[in-house]
Design a protein around this ligand. Structure first.
Ligand code: NAP
Length: 283
């Protein structure tokens, strides 16, 4: 298993399995179980995905030793703040049936993120979380958080795929020793990603699928990936990406696909800030 080393020395698998939008509990449990059987060891969930219990059941059923796993979950906006973050963390841990987390992320850069971060720093120092990080933090917010707190986030999980490559962001994160993690490596298929002519011809050249070419391109850039699928054959396919290397020229060909903007929405858009900042879940 190829790994990256985080800024506190913790090792993180470079490929994991994401469970966003797998709402059905049985489907989520089965998909995570299939992923663990296929060899994935990193699982990425969130309180807001409302499937932490199913993930916990799959982990238990798999029998994979705890120390082999790397489990990530995230704190939603409604639980931002010192006291709320501590309570939300305890709930997530209970739902996952775990006694520690490998990575806990602030899901969105909204609400009292400083209060949340103080709570997370304490939990980190108490050994209840092996590493703490953020998600969807634009570079200005990331630098601000780094400069005015003790612990530098180990990870920033941001939208990263061939149409939104985060080249500048990744350079800055490297400078600050923050690991970039891609969410939406396939942009959920938006902009016809799986049928893009350039990606299809590279897939033919390497005798791989478009999904595998994308995941290999990201991992060759040392970006951690967490593709999601509810289909066992795709779960296996997405994991089998280390038996080929894209040439420098082909990496550059994919680099030319960058649209330098989100395929979803902007975290700077006040309407989005309002929508995400006021969405509440039964957590
Ligand atoms: P994604 O992984 O980019 O795309 C998932 C879509 O691609 C699904 O429709 C899936 O279909 C399809 N797919 C997967 N493998 C395929 C293959 N080999 N061939 C063809 N189609 C394939 O989207 P995502 O789930 O949004 O992102 C991945 C993970 O990132 C999430 O699950 C979550 O853990 C995380 N995430 C985090 C944030 C955040 O704000 N921090 C936001 C979004 C996502 P099937 O399932 O039908 O196979």
């Amino acid at each position: 298993m190829q790994k990256v080393i985080l800024n506190n020395g913790v090792e993180m698998p470079i490929i994991g399995f994401g469970v966003y939008q797998i709402k059905d509990a049985n489907e989520c449990e089965q998909s995570v179980y299939d992923a663990l059987m296929a060899g994935y060891r990193l699982i990425d969930t969130a309180a807001a995905y409302q499937n932490e219990e199913a993930v916990g059941r799959a982990i238990k059923r798999s029998g994979v030793p705890r120390e082999e796993l790397f489990i990530t979950t995230k704190l939603w906006v409604q639980d931002a703040g010192y006291e709320s973050a501590k309570k939300a963390f305890a709930k997530s841990l209970e739902k996952l049936q775990l006694d520690y987390l490998d990575l806990y992320l602030i899901h969105q850069p909204f609400g009292d993120v400083y209060g949340s971060w103080r709570a997370m720093e304490e939990l980190y120092h108490e050994g209840k979380i092996r590493s703490i990080g953020v998600s969807n933090f634009q570079m200005d917010r990331l630098v601000d958080l780094i400069l005015h707190n003790e612990v530098t986030p180990a990870v920033n999980q941001v939208e990263t795929h061939p149409f939104c490559q985060q080249i500048k962001g990744a350079t800055l994160m490297k400078e600050y020793n923050v690991q970039i993690e891609s969410w939406g490596p396939f942009a959920e298929g938006r902009n016809n990603m799986f049928h893009n002519g350039v990606l299809v011809s590279l897939a033919e050249k390497y005798q791989k699928s478009v999904a595998q070419v994308i995941l290999r391109w990201l991992t060759q850039r040392e970006v951690v990936v967490i593709p999601k699928s509810v289909h066992k054959e795709r779960i296996i396919e997405n994991f089998n990406i280390f038996d080929f290397d894209l040439s420098i020229e082909d990496m550059e060909t994919i680099a030319a696909l960058d649209m330098k903007q989100s395929s979803f929405f902007s975290h700077n858009d006040p309407e989005i800030v309002k929508a995400l900042g006021t969405t509440r879940f039964e957590i």
